[in-house]
Design a protein around this ligand. Structure first.
Ligand code: NDP
Ligand code: 2IT
Length: 444
């Protein structure tokens, strides 16, 4: 049995109750086969694959808080510190009822490779809680965030582990958590990113994941002799990533005709009205039915369905496993040319393979959504030098990073004879840097 197969079997056995983690590891290890085969003896002797698939540590804790009725509620908190070979642990905090250890582990594992691809010195980690922010008052959100940070503060720090936002965690939550960290530790430091602009946040961090996704998509199109101008784009999600992806796609001359949330989706053939979407989602924190009610050109549908709409480019920006094999078939049948992932692991493995086999240019989240964490790392740099850069300066760095990521993953795929396989290219390019650092640092 090959070394990759041995480790895959071991990971599946050891983590049998964590399907998302197994899915993420399977995708990565399968695509690393050529690299591992070329270095099998060295990697096996040093247990590189066993070490890279086992978190440095996984912290789980109780989060008690009091709701508006005076009732004590209890949630479960997580922080998985996966790998710090190339820098302090870095990755977001997800607040969603579906969160469990397996989901945080899959996200933390992906973060190792994504962070490496940014070319900045950040390791991989992820955290969160099964707390559901929907329908909670600001006071309840604060009570939860303060309790969560009271425990988390023991394990993080500007040079140790720097969390940020993810699903359900935006500027409001980061603000409450930062305040509590400062109060407990008595230190004002860049311990979180995505902070408000008056207390150490970076300009362009809010926009970064969505904008970065489009900078990479645009470069991919350009390298295939195409442009964004006049293209029809289908986007899922209606949160941070989806909103700024829509905005940048429109600035590039494309028309975005869909968005979605956890209950339904919008088809707006005249193009999504970003100002209205922001008002509904960022200000009112309401359902997409309110978007449809305010926009005569828009149709609202219950359930899921954005991938049925004919498009040139599809950008999944909501959550994991939201683009399935049937969706991939529909996209191909409708002539879709390009799929780039704004979310983490939104496309299942069989759907990814179908898209690739049918000539769709497919870039996975580790490369395509790396603009968010890259800009978080730029926020860390600004905090370290106690300066803040202009929007234009941060945005220019972000563009440069995304264009470089595209070329690095393209080159890595070509080096191993897999031209056009950007999934393998991203995993290989991300892995190479981390593995070199692990080997140089000995057994740890
Ligand atoms: P938000 O919480 O801002 O938005 C998430 C969106 O996806 C919402 O519209 C939400 O609907 C929808 N959604 C969430 N879960 C589900 C579900 N189970 N089924 C259907 N729809 C769902 O999160 P982000 O935009 O920040 O994150 C979106 C994705 O991008 C995630 O995969 C995240 O890990 C990834 N990502 C985020 C980065 C960031 O900087 N924020 C960076 C890189 C990746 P509803 O409004 O109903 O909750
Ligand atoms: O998935 C991700 O890369 C994020 N949620 C952003 C992490 C970060 O540290 O900015």
């Amino acid at each position: 049995m090959s070394y990759v197969d041995e480790v895959l079997e071991y990971v599946k056995k050891k983590n049998a109750s964590e399907p998302e983690f197994i899915q993420a590891v399977t995708e990565v290890l399968n695509s690393l086969r050529p690299v591992v085969e070329a270095n099998e003896e060295l990697y096996k002797k040093n247990a590189i694959l066993e070490r890279i698939t086992e978190p440095d540590r996984q912290i789980m804790f109780r989060v008690p808080w009091v709701d508006d009725k005076g009732q004590v509620q209890v949630n479960r908190g997580f922080r998985v510190q996966f790998n710090n070979a190339i820098g302090p642990y870095k990755g977001g905090l997800r607040l969603h009822p579906s969160v469990n250890l397996g989901i945080i582990k899959f996200l933390g594992f992906e973060q190792i490779f994504k962070n490496s691809l940014t070319s900045l010195p950040i390791g991989g980690g992820k955290g969160g809680s099964d707390f559901d922010p929907k329908g909670k008052s600001d006071r309840e959100i604060m009570a939860f965030c303060q309790s969560f940070m009271t425990e988390l503060s023991k394990y993080i720090g500007a040079n140790v582990d720097v969390p940020a936002g993810d699903i359900g965690t935006g500027a409001r939550e980061i603000g409450f958590m930062f305040g509590q960290y400062k109060r407990i530790r008595g230190t004002f430091e860049g311990v979180l990113t995505g902070k408000g602009l008056t207390y150490g946040g970076s300009l362009a961090r809010t926009e970064a994941t969505g904008y970065g996704l489009l900078y990479l998509t645009q470069e991919l199109m350009k390298c295939h002799g195409e442009s964004m101008e006049g293209k029809t784009v289908v986007i899922s999600g209606a949160g941070n990533v989806a909103i700024y992806a829509t905005q940048k796609a429109q600035q590039m001359g494309a028309k975005v005709v869909t968005c979605s949330d956890s209950t339904g989706w919008i088809y707006d053939p005249e193009g999504i009205d970003v100002a209205l979407l922001k008002e509904v989602k960022e200000v009112k924190r309401a359902r997409l039915t309110e978007y449809a009610a305010a926009r005569p050109s828009a149709e609202y549908h219950e359930g899921r369905g954005v991938w049925k709409i004919k498009c040139d480019i599809a950008l999944p920006c909501a959550t994991q496993n939201e683009l399935l094999i049937e969706d991939a078939k529909q996209l191909v049948a409708n002539g879709c040319k390009c799929v780039c992932e704004g979310a983490n692991m939104p496309t299942t493995i069989d759907a990814t393979e179908y898209l690739q086999q049918n000539g769709v240019w497919f870039v996975g989240g580790k490369a395509a959504n790396a603009g968010g964490v890259a800009t978080s790392a730029l926020e860390m740099s600004q905090n370290s030098e106690r300066l803040s850069w202009s929007f234009e300066e941060v945005d220019a760095k972000l563009q440069n990073i995304m264009v470089n990521i595209y070329h690095n993953i393209d080159d890595a795929a070509k080096r191993y004879g897999m031209e056009g396989n950007y999934v393998a290219g991203a995993n290989i390019a991300g892995f190479e840097k981390v593995v070199n650092a692990m080997l140089a640092q000995g057994v740890c």
